[in-house]
Design a protein around this ligand. Structure first.
Ligand code: ZN
Length: 287
């Protein structure tokens, strides 16, 4: 029989035994929220990746010293108070909507991004872009898209991030540069595949070209292909495009060539895999 006293003993035990939990491979939203608050406080310049590494702990200690707290590197209630409004509102303690600011908002931004709906910088403030991403996630998850992250939305965000239901072919030979995941205070929604200018880019699977065109401020020359099961692949920064919107394509068919058009620092393919609009990690589909 579990008594009230036993429960409080268990709670105390779990708090002390599990407090310095080892960082899992995928980042944790509460650690990401801490990193956002530390960045705002100027004590952390690293990536908002949700991994409690040495730089994060050092950032916590710097805040603690500044606030004349014991510099133990653990962000408890007093340390969170010292972090101001980005230290307030633990995740799950209120419904979040546009205009809200806080620890929970940063955690929500991180969760939305890892579930395929990134929206600009992780800053702990739910602006119009963040609210739009929230509504897109809600619609994606079959919830009412009201832009209010209440219980049902937070529950849906506990599910594992979506993955491609089909295997895809690598569209360019060579190494992977930047991966899918946090980058600085933002989220990189695709894979970067560096390759020499003019290297052929081939379709990751068969389907139909749903878009081929140019976007100066972002993707440059890019192609989007629609596949089965609501899956789409996107190929950006191309130097040339060899397919037209509406055209059917086979697997491994040449669709263009590697370039550096749009916002790009050098020749590479930016490749995204989207499932009904949610960005997924292309590495999971490429095997
Ligand atoms: Zn990229």
């Amino acid at each position: 029989m579990v008594t009230r006293a036993a429960i409080s003993v268990l709670a105390a035990l779990s708090a002390s035994v599990f407090a310095p939990a080892p960082a899992p491979a995928a980042g944790r939203a509460d650690v990401a929220a801490l990193q956002v608050a530390l960045r705002s406080a100027g004590t952390y310049a690293g990536t908002v990746d949700g991994v409690r590494g040495p730089a994060t702990v050092a950032g916590v200690r710097a805040v603690q010293r500044r606030a004349r707290l014991a510099a133990d590197g653990v962000a408890g209630p007093r340390t969170r108070r010292a972090l101001g409004r980005l230290g307030r509102h633990l995740y799950g303690t209120r419904a979040i909507s546009a205009g809200d600011v806080g620890w929970d908002v940063a955690a929500l931004q991180f969760k939305l991004a890892t579930h395929g709906f990134p929206s600009g910088p992780f800053d702990g403030a739910l602006g119009p872009r963040g609210a739009a991403a929230l509504r897109r996630f809600q619609a994606w998850a079959g919830l009412r898209a009201d832009g209010v992250a209440g219980r049902a939305t937070l529950r849906a965000l506990r599910a594992a991030p979506p993955r491609s239901p089909v295997r895809l072919l690598r569209p360019v030979r060579g190494v992977i540069g930047g991966g899918f995941g946090p980058r600085g205070d933002r989220f990189h929604a695709g894979l970067d595949l560096p390759a020499p200018q003019g290297t052929p880019v081939t379709t990751a699977g068969f389907g139909r070209v749903v878009y081929s065109g140019y976007q100066a401020a972002g993707w440059g020359n890019f192609v989007v292909i629609g596949h089965r099961f609501g899956l789409r692949t996107l190929y950006a920064h191309l130097s040339s495009i060899h397919v037209a919107t509406g055209e059917r394509v086979g697997t491994g068919q040449r669709l263009g060539r590697v370039g550096s058009t749009g916002r790009s620092a050098g020749p590479h393919l930016h490749f995204e895999v989207l499932l009904r609009g949610a960005s997924t990690d292309p590495r999971a589909a490429l095997g």
